[in-house]
Unconditional design. Structure first.
Length: 73
């Protein structure tokens, strides 16, 4: 399953790269992109565990950029 999420308050391209690298290491994630320019994140992950994986993604992102919010819709 592949989904795109809007990001709010992602401050720099370096943080986006760090988030992307951390997300790609999560179990169940097959691909991830985090774009500073578009303020969007695309996650491709196991459909059966997607909600569980997204909880881990949010934790990873908060470690790198505490003020960044992921719009989970």
């Amino acid at each position: 399953m592949k989904k795109t999420f809007k990001l709010i308050d992602l401050d720099c391209a370096n943080c986006a790269r760090k988030m992307e690298d951390a997300i790609k290491k999560l179990d169940g994630v097959s691909d991830a992109t985090v774009s500073f320019l578009t303020q969007k994140m695309t996650i491709e992950a196991d459909e059966g565990r997607f909600d569980e994986i997204m909880q881990k993604v949010v934790k990873c992102c908060k470690k790198v950029e505490p003020d960044c919010q992921i719009v989970l819709k």
